[in-house]
Design a protein around this ligand. Structure first.
Ligand code: KG4
Ligand code: ZN
Length: 357
């Protein structure tokens, strides 16, 4: 089974061809990606209109390259998958319409993939992880703790109630005058900073449930920065180190709480998985590694290129859906908002987060 995957929901244009092997593992035949970071950098964030136009310009060339690198032709494909959301509507329309058109003219099954589902299933492509597992999805737009029980079977154990984790990194960087995207800049500064100089809050630590909140932390960084302005390089490094340490403490505490909820309401997880762009952060990874070890679990983190947005995860989610017969009609609409899963409290016969914690 061979599927083409198309990703255009944010600021990466991507196309990839993935094959399902006999042993049930995925094999990435090609994985083409074009980042628009430089086009958005002057604005300090993604500009939806610029993103949509850049997808239009780049996508057909990327698909041709992905097909050529994979050495397959359209008639070799078993399906065509495109991310149908959630994301920026202009970009989603570009990828979705392209995918549908290719499916129509080649008469192949079409798969409208939820971008979050693609992140959620990516560790099965990279590491062959079996269901169920606990997923920490930490990107610029999404921060969720999900029980992944099967394809189309996700339970949200926790989520941010304000900023996404990557968004908090991006906003903190912007506030401190560091370049976009903020995550890598903050991590770089933090390397030479003192994480203990500023007493920053750890919102929601130890609370019932597994939700988290980051906007108060971001505000605390701003207040400290204003208090000691003008900032020296050392000040910036110390603020970044303090912020990163606080985010890590919050995320690890909330992930630990989600593991407890998992065990009381879902069963025994096969792994702790971290995905999304923030999974690139080494301080966070090391802390999650410690949490996984103390919980007797493997920490699975897809390689960086497959943690951040990419086409291979869309193709793989397409394969997972296609082999279950979950094909989509060609009038599937773009879905800028598209929540993935039931909340824990929506499940029949399970405890609510409050009572389970
Ligand atoms: O998954 P992704 O590529 O795109 C989506 O948001 O879907 O994630 C991008 C986010 C950005 O907010 C970026 O600042 C953050 O991931 N990020 C990081 C690091 N590298 C990327 N955050 C913290 N530390 C990093 N090293
Ligand atoms: Zn993403």
């Amino acid at each position: 089974m061979i599927v083409l995957g198309i990703e255009t929901t944010c600021d990466e244009t991507a196309a990839s061809v993935v094959a399902l092997q006999r042993d049930g593992r995925g094999h990435i035949l090609s994985n083409e990606i074009l980042s628009q970071i430089e086009e958005h950098a002057p604005y300090g964030g993604v500009v939806p209109e610029i993103a949509a136009r850049a997808h239009v310009t780049a996508l057909d060339g990327l698909i041709s390259r992905a097909m050529a690198r994979a050495q397959v032709s359209f008639k070799d494909l078993d399906g065509i998958a495109a991310a149908a959301g959630p994301g920026l509507i202009g970009g989603v329309i570009v990828g979705l319409t392209t995918g549908k058109t290719l499916a129509l003219v080649t008469d192949k099954p079409f798969l409208a993939v939820n971008h979050l589902e693609a992140h959620a299933l990516s560790p099965r492509l990279t590491d062959g992880v079996d269901f169920p597992y606990l997923l920490l999805l930490a990107s610029g737009g999404h921060s969720q703790l999900l029980a992944v029980r099967g394809v189309d079977d996700y339970v949200r154990l926790g989520t941010t109630i304000d900023d996404a984790i990557g968004e908090a990194f991006d906003k903190t960087a912007k506030m401190l005058g560091l370049p976009y995207p903020g995550g890598p800049s903050v991590e770089r500064e933090a390397e030479r900073g003192n994480p203990e100089r500023f007493a920053l809050p750890r919102p929601m630590l130890g609370r019932a449930g597994a939700d988290f909140s980051l906007s108060g932390l971001k505000t605390a960084v701003r207040i400290e920065a204003e208090r000691i302005a003008p900032l020296t390089n050392t000040d910036i490094a110390d603020l970044c180190a303090g912020f990163q340490a606080a985010v890590t403490d919050v995320v690890v505490d909330r992930t630990r709480a989600a593991l407890r909820l998992f065990r009381t309401s879902i069963g025994t997880p096969n792994a702790l998985v971290v995905a999304g762009g923030v999974a690139a952060n080494m301080t966070l990874r090391r802390a999650l590694q410690r949490l996984a070890s103390e919980s007797g679990l493997n920490l699975v983190a897809p390689p960086l290129a497959l943690c951040t947005d990419n086409g291979a995860m869309i193709a793989w989610a397409g394969i997972e859906r296609l082999r279950l017969g979950l094909v989509d009609p060609l009038d599937t609409p773009p879905k800028p908002r598209w929540p993935l899963m039931a909340k824990l409290s929506d499940l029949p016969d399970t405890a609510t987060p409050e009572t389970a914690a």
